[in-house]
Design a protein around this ligand. Structure first.
Ligand SMILES: [Zn+2]
Length: 203
């Protein structure tokens, strides 16, 4: 398959468009044909110098939507052809947080495209539990915009802060992915929203 890969970390010139071997799935995994992969700021830091990045050569890309093209025999709730969005958090499934249903708190989790190969490619593999079907009305590019920015913003504002209609909410760095997601979620919840950004252009 075709993929954007880098063999060593550094500037944007390290990114190469090459032929690589397509992923081979385990029984608990599914193979997804990537339709859209969003660009996240994490990609830049991973390409530059983040020490957690593996494997090498590496394929970036954490926010992915696509079609299931192969299903491991241990996966029972997905079928070939399903349109899916991928959750980038791959928890260990065994620690106390995972057993309590708090997989997002798992200290041993891996992030898709950061500590595994990701979506800057024709195909990506993930555990079956990370692939969630999306409705026919939801476009791939809208689905791929959701995982990191919107889950993080939703968790902060709705789960942790429990914002209510009429609350005053200050969004710092509203030009960022999480900032712009937070702004939309806060308005959806009926809050009065204030925002800051580092430049007029971002505002
Ligand atoms: Zn865990």
């Amino acid at each position: 398959m075709k993929a954007i890969i880098f063999h060593e970390q550094g500037g944007i010139d390290k990114l190469c468009y090459e032929d690589v071997r397509a992923p081979v799935i385990e029984p608990s995994e599914v193979l997804v044909r990537v339709r859209v992969c969003a660009v996240n700021h994490l990609d830049i830091r991973a390409r530059r110098d983040r020490p957690e990045v593996q494997p090498f050569p590496h394929i970036l890309g954490s926010d992915i939507a696509g079609d299931v093209v192969e299903v491991g025999h241990g996966v029972s709730d997905l079928t070939v052809g399903a349109r899916v969005v991928l959750s980038p958090c791959i928890p260990c499934g065994q620690c106390a947080d995972c057993r309590n249903g708090d997989e997002n708190m798992c200290d041993f989790q891996e992030i898709l495209g950061f500590q595994t190969n990701g979506g800057y490619a024709e195909y990506v593999k993930v555990p079956g539990q990370n692939a969630m079907p999306i409705s026919p009305e939801l476009a791939y590019h809208h689905a791929a915009a959701l995982p990191i920015a919107y889950l993080t913003a939703w968790h902060m504002l709705v789960i942790r802060a429990e914002i209510r209609p009429g609350d005053d909410v200050l969004i710092l760095s509203a030009g960022s992915g999480i900032g712009s997601a937070s702004l939309q979620i806060a308005k959806l919840c009926g809050a009065r929203v204030f925002a800051t950004a580092s430049t007029e252009e971002k505002l």
